[in-house]
Design a protein around this ligand. Structure first.
Ligand SMILES: *Cc1c(COP(=O)(O)O)cnc(C)c1O
Length: 373
């Protein structure tokens, strides 16, 4: 990769680190024809559970299925209300919708952009069955506060798709409840296709998820309840095992790169032209994304200028859930979730991945400075 082209996420650099191991693993899977489930999947589930600090990891087909399965295993069904932040990737709301449940949106904190637990608690009604805190951009929302304050009938189902390796006050996603994660290629731990997992300490919930995701039973041709098909395949498990062995180092490199951006952007921030990302107290952040807010210029114009120079700046996400056509039926309007809306209008994700070099970061900041001024 030349220094002038800087992608948002450099998947080629990530592949180069594991290429030999992945090829050898693919040969193993092909020799055993263990294409769905099998030894590699079992080993990965065991390794990821240990990494994530939970008792059980159930590999599934993608992160959206993982959310749907975690919600279903938690008792969420048609007509139930599920509270979630307005500022998230659309899949959080999509999974709720697929269950026939109703997404109830709430606003985020204006600084960290994590779900505001007070807003979530205020949105709980008699019909609420779950709250889904989203560990956005790589840092954990305040799950402890939610768990402590919610009525017992309301379950906490964490969306940990962006927070692999993150923790808050020593607490990891899924410990004490249930969490869903995604191994979409661009995530901190990415497969070479779609993949995801459900994480929990609860053996019964794990078993239920495993059954639901395998046509309703853990053994072949045994169907204890109506399920569907959402399984992790052996080739993806090979990739995930190879990358998992490097995830702590990769997350540390992301933290170092984020600190470097903070330093390089300090003058722009002091001048009030950008707002730097804020880490909530107690978090070990894994920097899935480095999201600044542009206050001194038109955000879309700035993104356009960076992209024109070969810098893969992005926007995560251009519209909060309630302002997407897909969820217009919820009946919200602009102004309902001002923090989420303001963030969506100004946010800008800068390239960040474990292999990014100081020179690449300097170029990003130089171009950003030029685009804003
Ligand atoms: C990626 C993502 C998902 C969905 O994961 P897929 O594997 O793409 O289905 C859900 N929630 C959040 C916050 C995500 O970033």
């Amino acid at each position: 990769m030349s220094d002038s082209q800087i992608p948002l996420v450099d998947l080629k650099a990530a592949h180069a680190e594991v290429a030999d191991e992945v090829r050898a693993g693919f040969e193993r899977v092909m020799a055993n024809t263990a294409f769905i489930g099998g030894e590699e999947v079992r080993e990965f589930e065991r390794e990821y559970a240990r990494f994530a600090g939970v008792e059980h990891c159930v590999g599934v087909a993608n992160g959206t299925d993982a959310l749907e399965l975690a919600l279903r295993a938690s008792g969420v069904g048609a007509g139930d209300e599920v509270v979630l932040p307005a500022n998230t990737f659309i899949a959080t709301a999509g999974a709720v919708n697929r269950l026939g449940a109703v997404p109830v949106l709430v606003d985020c904190f204006p600084d960290s952009l994590l779900i505001d637990p007070d807003a979530a608690l205020a949105a709980v009604s008699q019909a609420t069955r779950a709250v889904v805190p989203v560990h956005l951009y790589g840092q954990c929302a305040d799950v402890a506060e939610l768990v402590g304050a919610l009525p017992v009938r309301v379950r906490v189902v964490e969306d940990a798709a962006q927070s692999q390796g993150a923790s808050r006050d020593g607490r990891t996603a899924g410990s004490g409840g249930i969490a869903a994660t995604s191994f979409y290629p661009g995530k901190n731990l990415g497969a070479y296709g779609d993949a995801g997992a459900v994480l929990t300490d609860d053996e019964e919930l794990a078993g239920l998820v495993r059954a639901l995701a395998n046509h309703g039973g853990v053994a072949k041709y045994r169907h204890d309840l109506p399920g569907f098909n959402s399984r992790l395949d052996g080739l993806q498990a090979v990739v995930l095992r190879a990358k998992l062995a490097r995830l702590d180092a990769g997350n540390a490199a992301r933290r170092a790169a984020a600190a470097r951006y903070d330093a390089l952007l300090a003058d722009l921030a002091a001048a009030g032209r950008v707002v730097l990302p804020v880490t909530a107290e107690g978090n070990v952040h894994v920097w899935h994304l480095y999201v600044v807010r542009v206050t001194g210029a038109d955000r879309d114009a700035v993104v356009g200028k960076l992209n024109a120079e070969g810098v893969g700046a992005g926007v995560h996400y251009p519209a909060p859930v309630h302002l997407t056509p897909a969820f217009a039926h919820l009946g919200h309007r602009r102004g309902d979730f001002p923090h989420a809306e303001d963030a969506a209008d100004r946010m800008l994700s800068l390239p960040l991945f474990p292999q990014i070099t100081p020179r690449q970061q300097q170029r990003v900041v130089d171009l950003l400075t030029g685009a804003i001024n």
